[in-house]
Design a protein around this ligand. Sequence first.
Ligand code: FAD
Ligand code: A2P
Length: 276
Amino acid sequence: PATQTPSPKRDKPTMPDAQTVTAVKHWNDRLFSFRVTRPASLRFRSGEFVMIGLPGDNGKPILRAYSIASPNWDDELEFYSIKVPDGPLTSKLQHIKEGDQIILRPKPVGTLVLDALLPGKRLWFLATGTGLAPFASLMRDPDSYERFEQVIMMHTCRTADELNYGRELVEKLREDPLLAEMYGEDFHERLLYYPTTTREDSPRMGRITDNLTSGKVFADLGLPKITAEDDRAMICGSLAFNVDVKAVLEGFGLREGANSEPKEFVVEKAFVGDGI
Ligand code: FAD
Ligand code: A2P
């Protein structure tokens, strides 16, 4: 009846910084991606991360760092997430559905930005697991192709099904008619993809560190060996991965840069901890 007044108990509490989920896709029992509305005021540089989360049982939000996987021109925000079975956030976040709300603190930060690199010819994205997320943003940003002649995405996971989110994204981009219109029919040669597995047979195998030091990736893709003059790189994986790749790149003569001091490569952790 029209006279009924809303009961405060029945009203949903309004969360600060709430955004609405617009889509969810589960890639397997350990990985999912989702999209949410984008706050009108949110500006970010492709490759940056924000804090997102859900209200905790005690009303205090559980917030975690998440790379924005969508490019900065997109109307919505996309995220690519692990499901940690006992994880305070992802044990709940993995159950979100279209129409649900999440918390998003609109303060983007991060080191994996094009501005932190000196100009060069080729840009290497080196990722394991969900470390692909910032590159899902950067690969969809035309600025990457404005600044570099070629972008090479190396992504390594233990098993083949963990590569699917990245594979689908790269395959779509390489066939994108708009990108072909902007950058020519041979655009697919400007975005190269080198997915590998380490614990399951697949067409390409091996750790990123091994494929760089042995020269296998250069031979397979028909590219010259990485040099400080022509090549730039961004690294995103576990701490152990980041430390080892950094040493390989330094062996090629590249130096780590930052927003305030652009150089030849930048690094960011894909998560804190030892892995699962
Ligand atoms: P937590 O208590 O945070 O983690 C429990 C344990 O699970 C960790 O100790 C670690 O061993 C393992 N773990 C956590 N995250 C991952 C992961 N992504 N891959 C493998 N093992 C993991 N996570 C994403 O899924 N997508 C992202 O885009 C993303 N971006 C991040 C960016 C930054 C800068 C940082 C620091 C972390 C990022 N993370 C990302 C990790 C994220 O912040 C959370 O750790 C993750 O969502 C799990 O939260 P949780 O509360 O369920 O478990
Ligand atoms: P591997 O199977 O040989 O350990 P994790 O799930 O442990 O984070 O690993 C994700 C992927 O990254 C796996 O394919 C793993 O290979 C690889 N990896 C883990 N640590 C390193 C490292 N220090 N250097 C290179 N690759 C690594």
